[in-house]
Design a protein around this ligand. Sequence first.
Ligand code: IMP
Ligand code: MG
Length: 178
Amino acid sequence: MSVVEYISKKEIDKAVSRLAKKITSDYNDEELVIIGILNGSFIFCADLVRKIQLPLIVEFLAASSYGDNTTSSGKVDITYDLKKNIYDKHVLIVEDLIDTGHTIKYLQEYLKCRRPKSLKVATLLTKPARRVHNLKIDYIGLEIEDRFVIGYGLDFAGKYRELPFIGVYQEDADETPS
Ligand code: IMP
Ligand code: MG
């Protein structure tokens, strides 16, 4: 198996810039608490916050959803929680990819209980074909087909997060059964 490029660094940069511009104009100079969902969104979050022109507080929350290596289940565990109070703050959850929607649905409910002034969601990628929950996603970078992707923060069994582009696996020609 080898990794082939699916979304280039240039396309990712363009999508991140577009999102940052829209977020900057929507919040109109108000302070925003960005909550990056670890581990997958660490690179997207780092790029996005450097392009948003607003007073920001950057926080992280780690969520792991049970499931096999390539798909999540409904059960989500918070393995690292926020260190700041978000009561009465504008909050933006930053995710790498929304697939079934299990993770983000759980996180929205979890954070809503802390009564932020507003709560929105930004995701770099979405796979609408696999959605189980009817969700409102406020900011979407790119919509992708139902393929397992890696790179730019996204992993397969903990690997490939460091790739500067988003890739997919491809069977090598010499692996195809004759
Ligand atoms: P959901 O709960 O099904 O929406 O899955 C969301 C989480 O699963 C994402 O935050 C990713 O971390 C992970 N995930 C879903 N699809 C992929 C993929 O294609 N590659 C890598 N991680 C994925
Ligand atoms: Mg994730």
